[in-house]
Every structure is written in C-alpha cells, then in structure tokens.
Design a protein. Structure first.
Length: 317
C-alpha cells in the first residue's frame, strides 16, 4: 500500500521526528537531497487561493531535482468535468507524487484511495498538516532542536473548529507537546479529533486541552499561535465571528501572560488588528516569517521521506 500524507497522524512520532530532523538539514543544505533528478514531475493542484503553498512546493520540487506540474483545479474542474478517480489515474502514470490543495477531505481521500503514488494534503477544510510540520520545525529551530519539542506548551487562540486547530491537536500530540486550544464555546474543535489527539498524546507524553479563557490558555505557554478568524468558506459569517472571537485577539497584553521568551506563530495571511495586532506579529517574539520559510524545507523533507518510504506499511498509532 502506498503511503500518503493526508492528516497529521498519518505518520508515527518517530517518522515525524525523522522528517523534522531532515528539515533542519535541508534548511542548511538546500540541495542535499535530490530524489527527483531527471527531472521527475510532481503534480501540484490547487482549488483554493494560494501563495506560500504554491511557492514552497514549486520551489521545493525544483530544488529536489524535479519538475513542478502546476494544475489549476478550477480549470481542470476535478470532480465536475472528470471524476477524482479518473483524474488520479491519469496523473499517477506520469508523476512521482500528487500535491492537492482542495476543499472537502473526502476529495483527497478519494484520490489517495486509487493513487499509485504518494498524495500530499496541501490544505483541506479539515486539516493543514504541511503547515504544522513547518510550525514544529520553526519551534525546534528556536527552542533547542527537534528533541526539545516534547513537553513544550503550545497554545492556539481563536477559531478552534478550523483546520489549523485540528492539525495542531494531532501534530502537536504526535510531537509530545502539551497542546491547548483556547476558543469560544461556539467554535470548539471536533470532539472526535480531540479524542484522537488525546490517544496519541498518551503514547508520547503530551496532552491536549480545550479551554475557553484565553488568559488561562496562554499562561506559561512556550508557543502562542493564532489564525485568521474568517477562513475560506466562512466569509458570510465575518461580522458574527469577529464579535465572538474578539477576546481571543493575540495582543501585547495577552502575550505578556505567556513565557517571556514565548514564540508567536501565524500561518498567514494575517489581518493585523483582527486576530493579531501589528505590535505582536511584527514584534521580537514573532517568528512567522521563519515559519513561512520553513514550509519550503519541511515539505521538501516530507517529499524526500515519502518517496523513500512510499511502500512501507501504514502505521497504526
């Protein structure tokens, strides 16, 4: 069976650690690994607006010696003009891997079910696992390396029902971190995902918690992360969301409750004055642009790892 990366828990803690260690190596030696020499092609399909994802995957594929085949999902009309399965069967005969940034998780799951090459989730409505690999790489970069991740406290503020919160729960628990989602009751994460993350954390020494008090959430945190309050597909709810989420704004006063050297993360794009203030995102504790750069290095490491391990047994966590 081919290995895919659709969710953060598709890899074991040991596999995640190996990918993050390779990320650090590739940050320092960008052409260390070139498994796509030929060049071999990797398809990058996007159905959603993109900057960091497209840039990091296109450049990363090229730096691995390959050719990034850029596919406009809206032009291809995958699932409308042609089925997901048929699209996959066309592409997997020509490319070494498929990267897809799309909407419903069911779409990428359908692709992975028939693909003969690794499929990578570049963002779906449910998960953003490549972003969390980059975030973990950034935390490791600044707080003592990959082996220092276990035991660190990561607090995510804001909309707890979105893909970033889901991936922080699963990916952070896999890394052995103490993950806290501080969110209003109206926007809590899916209980099934919280339960899954708790099961993983029980094996890694981490923990997960869902809190409603943002001050309690940041108290003693090593890392404080946030994300836009209005995700793609929720624009019609913008005014309501901003009113409910206002107490969770990551500002200087709230950040002062975290550790003095706490890192600030935001996956971008950021809306200064909404979920985060300019003073925080542009301040000395912010590592958001290291985080953006690490998308490149982490995704390269992931592709190297998947290509080398694509026919290994799927783990049971």
């Amino acid at each position: 069976m081919v290995r895919h990366f659709l969710k953060d828990d598709d890899i074991t803690p040991a596999e995640q650690r190996a990918i993050l260690e390779l990320t650090a190596q590739l940050r320092n030696r960008r052409y260390l690994e070139q498994p796509l020499l030929g060049p071999k092609a990797v398809a990058f399909i996007t159905d959603k607006p993109t900057l960091r994802t497209q840039a990091s995957f296109a450049i990363g594929i090229a730096e691995l010696g390959g050719f990034p085949l850029m596919v406009d999902g809206n032009l291809a009309q995958i699932g409308v003009r042609e089925s997901v399965a048929d699209t996959t069967r066309v592409l997997d005969r020509m490319v070494s891997a498929i990267v897809w940034r799309t909407f419903a998780d069911e779409r990428i799951e359908e692709m992975a079910a028939v693909s003969k090459v690794p499929v990578i989730n570049a963002l779906t409505d449910g998960y953003h696992p490549c972003q969390i690999l980059a975030d973990l790489a950034t935390i490791a970069q600044h707080l003592g390396g990959v082996r220092a991740l276990p035991g660190k406290v990561l607090t995510y503020l804001g909309d707890g029902a979105n893909n970033m919160a889901n991936s922080y729960l699963l990916g952070g628990a896999t890394a052995g971190m103490h993950v806290q989602i501080a969110c209003p009751a109206e926007y809590e994460p899916d209980p099934a995902i919280v339960a899954r993350a708790a099961d993983i954390a029980a094996t890694t020494g981490g923990s997960v918690a869902v809190l409603h008090d943002p001050r309690q959430g940041v108290a003693g945190a090593d890392v404080v992360a946030t994300d836009t309050w209005v995700s793609m597909g929720t624009e019609a709810e913008a005014a309501e969301r901003k009113a409910i989420l206002a107490p969770y704004q990551l500002n200087s006063e709230l950040l002062a409750g975290a550790r003095q050297d706490a890192l600030v993360l935001h996956c971008l794009p950021a809306y200064r004055g909404s979920e985060i203030t300019a003073a925080v995102i542009d301040g000395p504790q912010s590592v958001v642009f290291d985080e953006a750069e690490n998308r490149l290095h982490a995704q390269k490491a992931l592709m190297v790892w998947l290509l080398a391990n694509q026919n290994t047994a799927v783990p049971t966590l």
